[in-house]
Design a protein. Structure first.
Lengths: 328, 336, 275
């Protein structure tokens, strides 16, 4: 059940109460959450160490930033860290756990079943400029524009990564702070949209991806935001040997993204932060999902970050795995 | 003299302008907008305020090879590379882009030795500025004394009027551009002498106390808080009109290859990493502090002006909403 | 008038390459006309070896040497490793001179105290030989130089023979720990400095060496009552353009490649402690 405006304030209050207790008692020394950003349509990370900090805590439809990726560094400073986790953030936590980037015991997870985060661009296209023009009512948004009032399904305005989400409820938590919701996507059929727009020939795929990747700036926002990218020294930074030139030409861009997405194959949790973070809007989520789809076709149904005990397909050998080369 | 062209005939104008040399226009690339060389049918967008990546890349490209080398035995041949065609036109720059260019000029043009690569593009590119009809929610250029409708340093000022563009020459080069379009342009409509004045918001920021007030704040605990959420990517530096840091790299085989200049970012750990392992800015705290002190204190101390144009791109592009407005506020630059 | 690209190297030839220590070699580079450009002690140049890259090194020969430029280079990374492998006759790229160099006017008539550690002697040597070429312009010269072991001392002919023989010039050598066959002084450079207790009267101290050594040398000089204006050092940073444009070598609003690498302690104290 998605939360509407009135419930949203109640939800925030309930969350704040739960975490305040633990912060003040010293059970955690830091709480990772969200606070309002510069605009009403953005929320940003909150690093709360005091009750005063917690007064800025919000839980709204713009809390898209994945907080799990801050955990390894914060855990090198703080003894025990609390973190608010949506569905994707919880899978990110498992990703980091499985990659041995943190200690489970030193993290207190507050689970937040997620209604999906809204995309301001889609709201703006529908004529919404001010917060007052939009009211969240359950599964619907009530929008006021010059042309009058309109009721639209909330799902029309979700970030793409949220529209495609098959696990909005956190898969791991120490406390679940809000009632569980409904999945928006059946994991078994989550690649249907990709099947609908197959690019069957290598030439078509190359044309499409070089068209998208030529505008890459090599800013590495996608890598920095990604929970699966936690190498202390990324291959892209290595000088000896130097795998990549630093210039952002198409060749280097393709090389970086192809290698990155292969490093993530079978490990990517499909959270879509890469795409949201990209300043030039490259459809990176599609690239990762295509590989995730390939992994399923080759190795059977698999979702990264759901079970920390299940090793990723590319780290597992089974005799019945498809052969790499065509057999003569 | 003001000339006028219907929006529906702009493609013809672009055709004429592109005969002299490269014509740069804001082109849509997916959801992003960048200044790229125009070609017939390219998706031009002269309405959106503003481009995702600033216009600096016309003059300081993302990547620019400047010599090629050849080695054989103990011999080394070094040959400067032919720079690309000159006589370019850059069409559709906003006032914030132009102000950013002024800041780059101080480094690449006015500070000895002048940078030949940058200077060539700068001298041989005619600039058509485009007035912003209204600011975007993240614009705050008025804080820096910029009028979004009047760009300083352009050859032609353009602005939307009804169903077309007014074009006013500001320099001889601008006059020349107008006459090259000849019959395509009409006389400017009556009452359209100047673009209407536009003012942006300023997020309640005030700049008194910068940069002098920052000298004592190097060790201020505010930096501890500010840097935490920074991801350490280079998005803010690459889209910013006043960022200009670059790297020089060789690319090629033992026998032949090129050296190029490319964008680099002070947000990366390797930016100041020395051979031997010492790094004067080892963590994101030092790097975030250095970037904003550069914008708000170091650049002004050297060149006399705060290195921000209020273009709002960092407000748009940072994945975690850490931007210069947040920083100025945290440093106390906010009127209550 | 369009300017030339200041990043373009000119071509020079490696005339000689001499191993000084297991990690340090001294290279002699020259163009067809001898030294490729004029410079003052303390300035640096960018040496290019494509496709490995380019790096900045202080010029260790004095401007009085007109046939070639000398660079003493320690093997620490990709570029320096490649330079160490070269043989005479190899052509390289070079551009310069960069940096502010030592403040020669301010040193005139003063007693000079040089304090070097390991490879840090390289920039100091240029100034020492410059002063010896104009001996009458400067007061007494004291050179305190140390390294980890005797194997790591560079320019042995100068430090052990030529300089001690120069007029009103004294050399104090030291190594960090006792070493078989070494009968000279044993102490860290800063400790030896304190022991020698030079007077700051009409004296300027010029120091270069590893960051840890510099830190303790500055402390020792302070204890000996040297004023910050009387202490000069030369800094190292990662540098790429050499002309103060690429943005990376800044300390506060100063660029080490342009406003440095030579700084007085008084100047350093004004800057953020980020080097």
């Amino acid at each position: 059940m998605a939360q509407d405006n009135l419930n949203r304030d109640q939800a925030t209050a309930r969350i704040r109460a739960a975490v305040t207790q633990d912060l003040l008692s010293g059970r955690i020394s830091l709480l990772l959450g969200w606070q309002k950003g510069l605009f009403w349509w953005r929320s940003r990370p909150l690093f709360a160490r005091s009750q005063q900090d917690l007064e800025r805590l919000v839980w709204d439809s713009f809390c898209a930033v994945n907080l799990s990726r801050y955990l390894p560094e914060e855990l090198s400073i703080e003894e025990r860290v609390g973190i608010l986790v949506k569905g994707c953030d919880a899978r990110a936590f498992h990703r980091l756990l499985q990659d041995r980037m943190l200690d489970r015991e030193r993290v207190l997870l507050y689970g937040l079943p997620c209604p999906g985060m809204l995309d301001y661009r889609l709201l703006a296209e529908a004529g919404v400029k001010e917060a007052e023009q939009m009211l969240e009512e359950g599964e619907e948004l009530v929008i006021q524009t010059g042309g009058g009032e309109e009721r639209r399904p909330r799902t029309d305005f979700l970030l793409e990564k949220c529209r495609l989400c098959s696990h909005p409820d956190p898969v791991v938590y120490d406390q679940l702070l809000l009632p569980p919701g409904e999945p928006r996507m059946d994991p078994a059929s989550r690649f249907q949209d990709l099947e609908a727009r197959e690019r069957p020939t290598p030439a078509e795929r190359y044309a499409y991806w070089s068209g998208e990747l030529q505008r890459c700036l090599s800013c590495y926002a996608c890598r920095q935001v990604c929970p699966a990218c936690s190498c202390r020294e990324c291959f892209a930074e290595q000088q000896e040997p130097r795998w990549l030139g630093k210039g952002a030409g198409l060749n280097e861009n393709m090389l970086f993204h192809i290698i990155r997405v292969y490093h993530g194959a079978g490990r990517c949790i499909e959270c879509g932060e890469c795409q949201r973070a990209c300043p030039v809007g490259i459809p990176l989520l599609e690239l990762s999902r295509r590989l995730a789809k390939d992994i399923e076709e080759l190795y059977g149904p698999y979702e990264a970050g759901m079970d920390p005990e299940a090793p990723p397909p590319l780290l597992t050998y089974r005799p019945e795995d498809p052969a790499a080369f065509p057999e003569k | 003299m003001i000339r006028y062209i219907q929006e529906s005939r702009l493609e013809e104008l672009f055709r004429i302008l592109s005969r002299r040399g490269p014509l740069y226009l804001p082109l849509a690339e997916g959801p992003s907008l960048s200044f790229r060389p125009w070609s017939e049918g390219a998706p031009v967008d002269l309405k959106t305020v503003n481009s995702t990546v600033s216009a600096k890349e016309i003059f300081l490209p993302r990547e620019e090879a400047y010599f090629c080398y050849r080695r054989a035995g103990r011999e080394l041949a070094l040959e400067p590379l032919e720079q690309e065609a000159a006589n370019a036109v850059a069409f559709g720059l906003r006032a914030c882009d132009l102000r950013g260019l002024e800041m780059l000029d101080r480094v690449f043009k006015d500070q000895d030795p002048p940078d030949g690569l940058y200077l060539r593009r700068r001298e041989q590119t005619a600039i058509v500025a485009l007035a912003c009809a209204e600011p975007a929610p993240y614009c705050f250029c008025s804080l820096f004394g910029i009028d979004p409708a009047r760009a300083g340093g352009a050859d032609l000022q353009a602005w939307w009027h009804g169903e077309g563009l007014c074009l006013k020459a500001l320099t001889a080069a601008g006059e020349e551009l107008l006459s090259s379009a000849g019959e395509l342009l009409h006389e400017g409509p009556a009452g359209a002498e100047e673009p209407p004045r536009v003012e942006t918001g300023n997020f309640g920021l005030k700049l008194e106390g910068l940069p002098a007030g920052l000298r004592e704040r190097f060790d201020d605990p505010v930096w501890e808080e500010l840097y935490r959420s920074c991801l350490g990517c280079g998005a803010c530096t690459y889209i910013c009109p006043t960022c200009y840091c670059f790297d020089l790299e060789d690319f090629g085989h033992q026998e032949k290859g090129e050296r190029y200049r490319c964008w680099d970012s002070c947000m990366f750990r390797e930016f100041t990493l020395m051979a031997g392992g010492h790094n004067p800015r080892p963590t994101r705290k030092e790097r975030v502090r250095n970037r904003f002190l550069h914008k708000l204190q170091y650049y002004p101390e050297r060149y006399g002006e705060i290195a921000c144009t209020g273009c709002g791109r960092c407000l748009r592009s940072c994945p975690v909403d850490l931007n210069i407005v947040q920083v100025i506020r945290a440093l106390g630059g906010e009127s209550r | 008038m369009t300017a030339v690209n200041p990043l373009l190297p000119q071509k020079v030839t490696l005339q000689e390459i001499v191993a000084e220590t297991p990690e340090i070699k001294t290279l002699r580079l020259a163009s067809e006309k001898g030294i490729p450009f004029d410079f003052i002690p303390g300035q640096c140049a960018m040496i290019s070896l494509p496709p490995v890259g380019e790096a900045l090194f202080s010029i260790t020969s004095s401007p009085g040497c007109r046939e070639y430029l000398e660079f003493s280079i320690k093997k620490v990374g990709a570029v320096t490793r490649a330079l160490h492998e070269l043989e005479p006759g190899q052509q390289l790229g070079l551009r310069g001179p960069y940096g502010n160099g030592f403040p020669l006017e301010a040193l005139r008539g003063k007693d000079l105290l040089f304090i070097g550690g390991g490879i840090g002697l390289a920039p100091l040597r240029s100034l020492i030989n410059y002063c010896l070429e104009r001996r009458g312009d400067f007061g007494g010269i004291d050179i305190l130089y140390g390294a980890r072991t005797p194997e790591d001392l560079i320019r042995r002919e100068e430090i052990m023979e030529r300089w001690p023989a120069a007029p009103d010039t004294r050399v104090y050598l030291t190594v960090d720990a006792p070493y078989p066959g070494w009968e000279g002084h044993v102490a860290f450079v800063p400790a030896y400095l304190s022991e020698l207790a030079f007077s700051p009267e009409n004296r300027i101290a010029i120091t270069c060496g590893p960051p840890a050594m510099i830190k303790f040398v500055l402390k020792a000089l302070e204890e000996l009552n040297f004023a910050p204006e009387q202490v000069i050092t030369t800094l190292e940073m990662r540098m790429k353009c050499g002309v103060g444009k690429c943005g990376r070598c800044n300390i506060g609003s100063l660029y080490v490649c342009r406003d440095g690498p030579v700084f007085t302690l008084a100047q350093l104290r004004q800057l953020p402690p980020e080097y």
